[in-house]
Ligand binder design. Structure first.
Ligand code: CA
Length: 507
C-alpha cells in the first residue's frame, strides 16, 4: 500500500491486519482511492460539495471488515448535480451523505430502473443519508437492483435515512428480485429497512409511494420493514406496497398519511405493532389494505380523525376479488389484538371499492368472492367521537364466509352487523398514550386466544408468536427517535404543514 498523490492515507490496525483510512476531497480523489480499496478500508469524504459525482464501488469488504465510505462530518458532505452511486461490491457501508440540488439527465433514468443509489451487491448498508427533493429525473432514490446476469442482492440494510419532498415518479425505495413481473418468482431478499423517515407530497396518479418490495405475488421478500416513521407520506395511495410473500412490518408509525400500508401482492405477510394515527382532519388518512391470504395483522393501533373517501373510509380494508389474481381476494388471515380507537370511519371494511372489483371480475371473467376465513381475535373497537360510523362495514353478511370472531369487544359506535358471538359490547376504560391518543382497555381481551400456533418466516430472526403474545407495545415514534439530530435540518416543512413549499414544484 503506497501513498497516492494528494490523498491522505492513515493506517489503522484491526483483527485482520492493516487497513487504510483514506481522506478525499474531490471526485477524482475518491475514484482513485476506491480502485485500491480493500476490506476494512475507510474512504472518508472531507466537508464540501461533490458535484456530478459518479461513485461506482465495485470493491468488496468482508463480513468482519466492511469497506466504509463515509462523510467526515455528517451534515457537511453534499452529493449534487448529475450524481449517482452504485454499490456493486458487497459488505460496503455508505454513511452520512446528503443528496440534494441534483440535476441528472431525465432521459437516462426511468421508473423501475436502478435508483440514484443502486445496490447490486449483498450485505451492503446505507445509513444516515439524507435525500431531499433531489431532482427531476424519474427514478427511485434507493434500489436493490439485479445485475445484468440476474443475481439478486440480499441481506442489505437501509437505516436512519431521511426521504423528503420527492416529486418524481417511482417509489422512494424499490427492493427488486425479478427483472419484471415474472411467473417464476424472485428469490428471498432478506433486506431490512429501519429507522427511516418518509414525508413526500402527493403526486398525480399511481406514481410510486414510499417502498415497494418485489413485483408480484410469486416473489418472496422476507424483508423486515421496522421502526420507520412515515409522516405525510402522501405520494400516492400506497404508502408501502408489499408485492412479495413473507415480509414483516413491525413497529412503524404512520402519522397523517394519505394512503395505506398495502399487502398488495404476495401472501403470508405480517403487520405487527404498527401505529396508524392522525392528529388532524386536513386530509383523509389510512390504515391497511389487504389483498391475498395467510396474513397476520396483529397488535396494531388505529386512530384516524379522517379516513379516505375513495377507498371507503376505514382503518382496515379487506379486498373483494378472486384468489391469486391482480386484485386478489383477502382470505384465510388473522386479525388479532388490534385496537381501533376513535376512527372517523369504519374499523373494518369487508367490501371496499366493490364497484371497481365487479368490473375487474367481469373483465377477467372470474368469480367475485368476498373475504372469508378471517380469524378475528382479541380486537378492541372503541369510538366515542365519530358515532356516525358503525365499526364494521359488510354489505354481504348473508353469504356464508366463515368469519371467526372470538373475544372481541366494542364500545361507543354501533356494530354495523348482526349481533355476533365473540364480538360483545363492553364499557371500556381509556388511558392516554400522550395528548393525542386514547388507549382503550378492556378486562377480558388480551391474550385469551394467543395460544394459537403462528408460523415464523424461514431464516428471518423475528418471533411472530412471541410478539403477538406480548400485545401492543410502545408508543408512536417521533422524528428524533429515528433520525440523528443533524438530519432534521434537511427534512423540509411538508411533514409539518402538508402544503408544498413555494420553491418546490409538482410534476
Ligand atoms: Ca402504486
Amino acid at each position: 500500500m503506497r501513498f497516492v498523490a494528494t490523498i491522505l492515507i492513515f493506517f489503522i490496525f484491526n483483527a485482520q491486519g492493516i487497513c487504510a483510512e483514506k481522506i478525499v476531497s474531490s471526485n477524482a480523489e475518491a475514484y482513485q482511492a476506491l480502485k485500491k480499496s480493500n476490506p476494512g478500508d475507510q474512504l472518508i469524504f472531507k466537508n464540501g460539495e461533490y458535484k456530478n459525482i459518479q461513485l461506482i464501488i465495485d470493491r468488496s469488504g468482508t463480513q468482519n471488515n466492511m469497506i466504509i465510505i463515509k462523510a467526515k462530518n455528517p451534515g457537511k458532505v453534499f452529493f449534487t448535480g448529475d450524481a449517482k452511486v452504485e454499490l456493486r461490491g458487497s459488505y460496503i457501508v455508505f454513511e452520512g451523505f446528503i443528496f440534494r440540488n441534483g440535476k441528472r439527465n431525465p432521459e437516462n433514468w426511468k421508473p423501475h430502473g436502478p435508483g440514484l443509489v443502486a445496490i447490486y451487491g449483498s450485505f451492503n448498508r446505507i445509513t444516515q443519508c439524507v435525500f431531499d427533493n433531489f431532482d427531476e429525473a424519474h427514478s427511485a432514490w434507493i434500489t436493490t437492483s439485479l445485475y445484468e446476469k440476474g443475481d439478486v442482492p440480499t441481506h442489505c440494510r437501509i437505516d436512519h435515512c431521511s426521504f423528503t419532498n420527492k416529486l418524481t415518479f417511482d417509489q422512494v425505495i424499490n427492493l427488486n428480485n425479478t427483472p419484471k413481473k415474472d411467473t417464476v418468482g424472485g428469490p428471498a431478499m432478506y433486506h431490512r429497512v429501519d429507522h427511516c423517515f418518509f414525508s413526500n407530497p402527493k403526486k398525480p396518479g399511481n406514481a410510486g409511494g414510499g417502498i415497494r418490495i418485489g413485483y408480484y405475488r410469486n416473489d418472496t421478500g422476507r424483508c423486515i420493514i421496522d421502526s420507520n416513521l412515515f409522516v405525510r407520506q402522501d405520494s400516492e395511495p400506497e404508502i408501502i406496497t408489499g408485492k412479495s410473500r413473507e415480509n414483516i412490518y413491525y413497529a412503524n408509525t404512520f402519522l397523517n398519511c394519505q394512503g395505506t400500508l398495502n399487502f398488495r401482492h404476495g401472501d403470508k405477510q405480517a403487520a405487527i405493532n404498527n401505529f396508524f394515527i392522525s392528529t388532524d382532519s386536513l386530509y383523509g388518512y389510512g390504515g391497511m389494505f389487504i389483498w391475498g391470504s395467510d396474513h397476520i395483522i396483529a397488535n396494531n393501533y388505529f386512530s384516524l380523525r379522517k379516513t379516505i373517501a375513495s377507498r371507503g373510509r376505514a382503518a382496515i380494508y379487506l379486498n373483494v376479488g378472486t384468489k391469486a389474481s391482480e386484485h386478489a381476494l383477502a382470505y384465510n388471515s388473522y386479525l388479532i389484538n388490534n385496537i381501533f380507537s376513535n376512527v372517523n370511519g369504519y374499523a373494518i371494511h369487508f367490501n371496499p371499492m366493490i364497484e371497481n372489483r365487479k368490473i375487474f371480475a367481469q373483465q377477467e371473467n372470474k368469480p367475485l368472492e368476498f373475504p372469508r376465513d378471517i380469524y378475528l381475535f382479541n380486537n378492541i373497537f372503541y369510538n366515542k367521537q365519530y358515532s356516525s360510523y358503525p365499526f364494521i362495514k359488510d354489505d354481504y353478511q348473508d353469504i356464508i364466509r366463515n368469519l371467526n370472531w372470538k373475544n372481541n369487544y366494542y364500545d361507543g359506535s354501533s356494530l354495523g352487523i348482526k349481533p355476533t358471538e365473540g364480538l360483545e359490547p363492553d364499557e371500556m376504560k381509556t388511558e392516554r398514550f400522550n395528548d393525542d391518543f386514547l388507549m382503550p382497555t378492556t378486562a377480558g381481551s388480551i391474550n385469551k386466544y394467543n395460544n394459537f400456533k403462528f408460523y415464523n418466516i424461514s431464516f428471518v430472526d423475528f418471533d411472530i408468536q412471541t410478539k403477538i403474545t406480548e400485545g401492543l407495545r410502545g408508543e408512536p415514534l417521533s422524528i428524533n427517535e429515528v433520525l440523528p439530530r443533524w438530519m432534521t435540518a434537511f427534512t423540509g416543512n411538508y411533514y409539518h404543514t402538508g402544503i408544498l413549499d413555494k420553491e418546490l414544484k409538482n410534476i
